[in-house]
Design a protein around this ligand. Structure first.
Ligand SMILES: Nc1ncnc2c1ncn2[C@@H]1O[C@H](COP(=O)(O)OP(=O)(O)OP(=O)(O)O)[C@@H](O)[C@H]1O
Length: 860
């Protein structure tokens, strides 16, 4: 690390300047006291560890200081600035940067964009220069990452370090790190500890949460201890032992011995055999699992350990075989039926059902055991849940709450208890103790040992080599996807395991192609022998061609040309000026309302009231602009549309953002109200709209309506704003992940609310365009646009999940739909067949999203 020369790191810069003071901060979640009147000070240049058992309130404290958790009482002072019930952005403005337990990198954005968006405004470069800026900053911190690579393609360890570098390089007054090393291997931990020292050296106060006590003694000046939400005290790191810290955290004496194990014997019954097993980023691997054994899989981060573990459960396998007691396994379903249970390290997405309660999660795998005649016995269920909670020492409010209400370590215990309760024959666990406190970790080792002692096999992947040395009977070390060392667990230690990572390599995931690159400072040649894997070069296809959105727009344009050509072949009058102009006239209000909907979709919302707003706008035009000249009419029309849009948009924003109603439900309610108003004003169609306004708005240059040309110019300008500016990036970030955007100090609520207002104003403007075409006040004329307005941006690349697509896509989608809508007349096909056609095209557009997502999910 360029900054972190040993000499620099040895020099302390501790001063007496107090950076963080908390005064009596506390947090209550229903019956649970997460934090009780915590008062603490941390000084500039100091590295402070914050430790405590799972659920003791560490993340709550970090959340309160960083502004993501609102305390019930107390104040936080950063320097001299006092903050009470503050927002994340206020905390950041005061100089606090936080690396959260579950991160805040946006996987859909590039490394450079993530660096930019997480850097305080004053230190950001011009948006057009972010690639060069990011390259320089990454080089400065010895991070060998391509700034244009999507974060989704980075190995988990690289992501973690990138996030910490991002915070350190901003030189914050206070750097908060919540379990930033929990999934890192030894070299990753070294890097993070160096970064912490560097931050302190630069004058930051550093407060980090960890369960790995060795780190406390390697880097911290002092350690603050929490127990059950109460602050126990702060001790200089040099004046306490690990055992004392564990006992201060637990409030009792703690047994810190790994469960005993016997020497390996190869005669035990074989339970699972992998032969020539291959998958993405690993293989071929031969491995035999025997009854009674715990097998540990070690290796530097990203060398295929996790993928091999999945492969043993038949997940992501591309070659070779897995046999269970002599039977070849063909699917994960078959594997689970044979008692092979895989527990992912991704507890949020894969090992826990977030929408179910803690109780339902715990019993999901054992319902048959707790049921009579297919009905779950609630007494048996409660007894089972209570026993699991007691056995695993889970700290929770009530089992009826969702898993998200638990601290990270307690979620891990639930996931593990759930897997063990199924009494597996082979248990495959990725990072079994990630985020788990020292005392509970020992309990987990005992549970795993008991599982093996009952004649089962357990395989664990762990980034913590000392854990494998303590618990595994046998350890295989992986490098570049292959096993390079097979050693007995008994007699091994952290050094011997880490030393066996003979060939360190990093697997950079990129576009589905494994890229294996030597870590700087190691031999750049591919290693000889079984560990050698081919170095795969980066794709030569230009990035803009690989860009999914560009490809989609090109396909859409080609599809339109193809439909046009087929239609013209059937009916040559289709190419007449009148016919093409007709298509574009139909497309004009549809484009306006599609753009309106796109803004809401972009930030992760949806507005089904746009069609009703268009109708009410048409009705208003029939009252307000039915006489007079062009100029006053246009001004009145625009003024009325803006007022209408602002009122409807504010109602939607209030319902969704303040009242927290689901966007669909809230805007259905608005749809009802707005339609009601329109029908009250015009129960039957009537009221001619000013001819001057109609002719002005429908005027064309050649076949192109001027209004559509104006919209196209706005679309291009809007896309440039969204794609090429920092503001656009922040808006997209809200749609990609609102929670993370909030953590990054982006005012996500205001941006989402603004999108609803903008959407309604544009929908009302679309109503003006429609009024000019229909010429009469009709309260139902906009109905058809409700669904078309959603279909057009989706066809053009927007996603109902937010953060994707382009305005040009929405415009092309609208023109495509207008084209399809005219086919019924031009081709003389029935309305029904025409609708089938429109529905089919929309479905294909949706499937092009779903299928890659599903493919990725399966691969994972
Ligand atoms: N959103 C929430 N709703 C209800 N209870 C919560 C919520 N967030 C935290 N808690 C509870 O508050 C307590 C403290 O949680 P916190 O996450 O601060 O613990 P922690 O010390 O960080 O634990 P870990 O080491 O497991 O991450 C826990 O009992 C947890 O269940």
């Amino acid at each position: 690390m360029t900054h972190s020369t040993d000499e620099m790191l040895k020099t302390g810069t501790r001063t007496d300047e107090v950076v963080l003071t908390t005064d009596g901060v506390s947090k209550q979640y229903g019956p649970v006291t997460a934090l009780s009147a915590m008062s603490l000070t941390v000084r500039a240049g100091e590295v402070r560890a914050l430790v405590g058992e799972n659920g003791s309130g560490k993340s709550t404290f970090v959340g309160i200081v960083s502004g993501t958790v609102v305390p019930n009482t107390g104040t936080v002072t950063i320097g001299t600035r006092s903050l009470t019930k503050h927002l994340p952005v206020e905390s950041q403005n005061a100089g606090v940067l936080t690396v959260f337990q579950d991160g805040s990198l946006l996987a859909a954005l590039t490394v450079a964009q993530n660096l930019y968006i997480g850097t305080p405004a004053a230190q950001r470069p011009k948006y057009g220069e972010i690639s060069t800026w990011a390259s320089e900053r990454l080089a400065e911190y010895d991070l060998d990452l391509d700034p244009l690579l999507k974060v989704a393609a980075l190995a988990p360890g690289d992501r973690q370090i990138l996030e910490i570098v991002r915070a350190v390089m901003a030189k914050p007054r206070l750097l908060l790190l919540d379990e930033s090393t929990s999934a890192l291997d030894a070299s990753g931990v070294d890097k993070v500890l160096d970064l912490m020292r560097l931050a302190a050296l630069q004058g930051s106060a550093v407060l980090f949460v960890t369960h790995r006590l060795a780190e406390v003694f390697r880097v911290a000046d002092a350690v603050s201890i929490l127990r059950d939400g109460h602050y126990i005290g702060t001790r200089p790191a040099g004046e306490v032992s690990p055992k004392q810290i564990v006992e201060l955290m637990a409030g009792t004496k703690v047994e810190m011995e790994f469960p005993p194990r016997s020497p390996l014997h190869s005669g035990a019954k074989e339970l699972l055999r992998a032969e020539g097993l291959e998958g993405e980023k690993f293989g071929p691997v031969d491995l035999t699992l025997r009854a009674g054994q715990i097998l540990g899989i070690a290796g530097a981060d990203g060398n295929g350990q996790g993928q091999l573990l999945r492969g043993l459960a038949t997940l992501g396998v591309t070659g070779g075989s897995v046999t269970s007691l002599g039977t070849a396994l063909r699917s994960y379903r078959q594997a689970t039926r044979d008692g092979i249970v895989f527990l992912s390290g991704d507890r949020k997405n894969e090992s826990l059902f977030q929408a179910l309660s803690i109780r339902e999660n715990m019993t999901a795998g054992v319902l048959r055991r707790l049921s009579t005649g297919g009905i779950v016995r609630s007494g048996a269920e409660n007894r089972f849940v209570d026993k699991q909670i007691a056995d695993f020492g889970i700290r929770l409010g009530t089992p009826a709450q969702p898993p998200s209400s638990l601290s990270g370590g307690n979620q891990q215990k639930i996931a593990l208890s759930k897997a063990l309760a199924t009494e597996p024959k082979v248990l495959l666990i990725d990072e079994p103790t990630q985020g788990v406190d020292v005392r509970s970790r020992m309990d987990i080792y005992r549970f795993i040992r008991a599982c093996a002692d009952e004649g089962n096999a357990v395989v664990i992947v762990s980034s913590d080599a000392s854990e494998l040395a303590g618990v595994a009977d046998r350890i295989v070390v992986m490098s570049r996807g292959r096993i390079i060392e097979d050693m007995p667990g008994l007699g091994s230690n952290e050094e011997s395991i880490v030393g066996a990572f003979a060939v360190e390599s990093r697997v950079v995931e990129g576009d589905g192609e494994p890229v294996s690159e030597p870590v700087p400072g190691t031999d750049p040649e591919p290693a000889a022998g079984p560990a050698a894997a081919p170095v795969v070069r980066r794709s030569r296809i230009p990035r803009w061609v690989r860009n999914e959105e560009t490809t989609r727009l090109a396909v859409l344009a080609l599809l339109m040309l193809a439909i046009g050509a087929v239609t013209a072949a059937q009916n040559p009058t289709f190419l007449s000026e009148l016919s093409l102009k007709n298509v574009l006239l139909i497309a004009t209000p549809l484009t306006a309302v599609a753009i309106a909907q796109y803004f809401v979709l972009l930030v992760g919302g949806i507005d089904v009231s746009v069609g009703a707003t268009m109708s009410l706008s048409v009705v208003l035009m029939s009252f307000l602009v039915n006489t007079g000249g062009i100029f006053p009419n246009i001004l009145v029309a625009i003024g009325a549309a803006v007022v209408l849009g602002v009122v409807v948009g504010l109602i939607n924003a209030w319902l969704v953002e303040r009242m927290r109603l689901s966007a669909v439900i809230a805007t259905i309610a608005t749809l009802g109200i707005v339609t009601g108003v329109a029908l009250t004003l015009r129960p039957t169609p009537g009221g001619a709209i000013s001819y001057e306004l109609m002719s002005a708005i429908t005027r064309s240059i050649g076949i192109f309506p001027i209004a559509l040309i104006v919209l196209a110019v706005l679309v291009v300008a809007g896309d440039i704003l969204l794609r090429r500016t920092g503001l656009g990036l922040r808006v997209r970030a809200v749609g990609i992940n609102g929670l993370y955007a909030d953590r990054l100090g982006i005012r996500a609520t205001a941006i989402r609310g603004g999108a609803y207002v903008l959407c309604a104003v544009l929908a009302a403007m679309a109503g003006v365009l429609l009024a000019a075409q229909v010429g009469i006040g009709d309260a139902s004329v906009g109905e058809i646009y409700t669904l078309l307005a959603i279909a057009a941006p989706v066809i053009g690349g927007a996603s109902l999940l937010g953060g994707r697509g382009t305005l040009i896509g929405a415009l092309l989608g609208a023109v495509m739909l207008a084209l399809l809508m005219t086919l019924a007349t031009v081709l003389r096909i029935s309305q029904g067949v025409n609708l089938l056609f429109i529905g089919g095209i929309t479905l294909i557009a949706l499937l092009t999203y779903v299928l890659p997502l599903r493919r990725n999910a399966l691969r994972r």
